[in-house]
Design a protein around this ligand. Structure first.
Ligand code: FE2
Ligand code: FE2
Length: 139
């Protein structure tokens, strides 16, 4: 089974963001394990809820950094966040309503969006911060 794993290629070069991303990857991996172990629907629903909460928090923090540094792509980046949150929320509602079983296929979809966003929009933000922000922001 292909659980998502943290690897250095996912690093955006900014430690505060990487710390959050490592945690997100770990949470998603936990969800993979819960699905694989066929844990109860309650456990799955709770795990999805924590993932959603943490994703929200992480997006808020990233958006705060973008505002602080007048990041030129903030609008596009925030739209991607909103879109991802909407998808996660729809997903959570279905899980809560027992309309959807968390399958490995669904997990691949979740792992896919996270990786695509981190490798795309988040890496561009990381590169901007490394060039523009004082060293303290990067550690
Ligand atoms: Fe991120
Ligand atoms: Fe982001």
């Amino acid at each position: 089974m292909s659980a998502i794993r943290w690897e250095e290629t996912l690093s955006v070069g900014v430690e505060v963001i990487d710390v959050d991303h490592r945690r997100l990857v770990a949470m998603l991996d936990g969800l993979y394990e819960a699905v694989d172990a066929d844990d109860s629907k309650e456990v799955l629903a709770r795990t999805v809820e924590s993932l959603l909460d943490y994703t929200r928090e992480h997006f808020r923090d990233e958006e705060e950094v973008m505002r602080r540094h007048d990041y030129p792509e903030i609008r596009e980046h925030m739209l991607e966040h909103q879109d991802l949150l909407r998808k996660l929320l729809t997903f959570k509602k279905k899980v809560d309503a027992r309309e959807l079983d968390l399958t490995l296929e669904v997990m691949d979809f979740l792992g896919g969006w996270l990786t695509t966003h981190m490798l795309g929009a988040d890496k561009r933000l990381g590169a901007f911060l490394v060039n523009r922000a004082p060293a303290v922001e990067r550690s």
